[in-house]
Design a protein around this ligand. Sequence first.
Ligand code: GLN
Ligand code: ZN
Length: 741
Amino acid sequence: MGGELRAAHWGLQRAAGMDLVPSNDFSFYDRVLDTCALVGAVPARYGGGGGQVDLDTYFAMARGAQQRGRDVTAMEMTKWFDTNYHYIVPEFDRDQAFRLASHKPIDEFQEAKALGITTKPVLIGPVTFLTLGKARTARFDRLELLDRLLPVYAEVLSRLVAAGATWVQLDEPCLALDRTEPEREAYRKTYAFLAQRVPQAKLLLATYFAGLDDNLRTVVSLPVHGLHVDLVRAPRQLDPLLEAWPAGTGRVLSLGVVDGRNVWKADLAAALTLLERARDRVGAESIWVAPSCSLLHVPIDLDLEQRLDAELRGWLAFAKQKLAEVATLTRALGAGRGRASAELEDNARALAARRASQRIHNPAVKRRAAAVGERDLRRASPYASRRRKQLALPLYPTTTIGSFPQTAEVRAARRQLTDGKLTPAAYDAFIEEQIRKTLRLQEDIGIDVLVHGEFERNDMVEYFGEQLDGFAFTEHGWVQSYGTRYVKPPIICGDVSRPRPMTVRWSTFAQAQTKKPVKGMLTGPVTILQWSFVRDDQPRSETAKQLALAIRDEVQDLESAGIRVIQIDEPALREGLPLRRADWAAYLDWAVNAFRLATAGVKDETQIHTHMCYSEFNDVIRVIEQMDADAISIENARSRSELLEGFREYKYPNEIGPGVYDIHSPRVPSTAEIVAGLTRMREVLDDRQIWVNPDCGLKTRGWTETLPSLRNMVEAAREMRAATGALVGRAVDPRERAGHT
Ligand code: GLN
Ligand code: ZN
């Protein structure tokens, strides 16, 4: 199966006219985990040992394992730079040993060669690999491990050369981020070592997602045969780079001019201008034309989209179309613009049509966004006074993050609705039944704040996008999120507004079934922005503000409909952080304001929750206070000690639910381990602050593990209450005061 996919993709790239097709970009889980396997960085609890890393061990590291007497949690997972693609975080010990423990890059090179294709194997570079990992035991400088790691990389390169490889790409995206002088030194040492050990390998050093900036001098001094830079994210790095480029060395400059992170057609004329400038300076033979980064982050083929209207389709390019753009640019650069005049003219026409299109501009939306003022961003009272007016709940209140298992049955019903095999009325009845069942289960288990389960949602962003103006949808635009999980990001193509309520129907239905509070569940503006393909013709901050206003209307409508707890998920807030620290403050300012704009319109009595997951949370720990949610739930189970440390140094004032178990693993947590985790949290948080909830939504889980996990969770909360005392003093339940059911 893997082999078939690889063969198909190599063939596709060859057919599109690519001269040098990559290999080892295929992964069963993610490329960082592949690298752990490659160099034998397998933590002892997975049975590290010697020999090759087998698939069972590989998947145990990725997902945890609870079978045949083995009970081990998964490794930590986090997002790959500012993307929604996740990787497994490598763990290193101070006395970490490395060995060649997988032949994947060599095997796949040979596999392609057998098909007649000499590929360019792609590896994650050693410094980026160490930088992305974590020291497991006592803190130490991970870069100290280079001395032990580099010989393994040299061995991989030697074997690739022996198998017939010439070019090998080493991805070092960290080299485009903020680096200290010792870190730059690590790069110098690494590439000097590899050049000296394996001089036959032509190394292409690949950077992307940001500019080289202050690392430029270091980069051009490295003894590599080629350098790839991202000119979409950082076009301004070109001139200083050309300035510093050592002439006459025959080194290759790979220029990423086609956006690998977004779905819009490239501006071919503008890209050509950059390419020609580079060519005139360093010579045609030294320039390669390329996408800005891996095309993993965009959908595969626009030709598959039958339902997108022709106008919009005319503005877009997916991976396959981007390869064609690269081919056109290569031809125009090599043989002159005249040799590609038809394509260039088509492209210019498409771009002009998009700029002028009526459908992307809505004057009412622009006026409303321009009128937003300071007081729209502030709740009526501070948290301490709001708290007294909000629901009465026991100490250590329990809740979940929103979704319940999206079973095959739920997905089948949605498909039948789309295919017309189920009437809308029958589909609604099905969803109602799921909600009723889920509420009953939560009541039985004894959860305090219930959720309706999100069965009606295909995806937390797509669901909202489908109901908002200014969005477009693909049928097949899947993009990998983690492991075998894919998402289908909507395309924000125009000004955003909410024509009608989006979630009120299901939330009020759910609330009517139970006396317990049911949380309204929305996706926040920054997350919708971050997990969509966004328009590139206005600042992201402007689009975020439009989204925030749409969500604000929904929050207001939920409140009016009697919903007393409303959660606005912002799991992507951290991942939206610019990669260079100098840009953080400006981003956080507009991102936090977008959240506040979405939520601040409610009464004191309405409890606002937010949720974040798989974030390097400590980077934004102070920012959550500014968001001023009454309660936040956060991913925590895979990186417990880190959060603890963060809260040791910083006292968060509002309520917080540090996730008590990992929902990306089918493993059932025991009550004792949940109690132990909560007890550790008590070291840094007050009893009255702590909520008890899983790490994230349960949609990817099955019911068989969900029910016992939640039972253990509720039992753990009861033990905490018994151990720590009575109810928190809160006001009377406002619903009862108002006298409705
Ligand atoms: N409410 C969403 C859910 O439970 C949150 C998902 C997320 O944070 N990624 O599915
Ligand atoms: Zn989450």
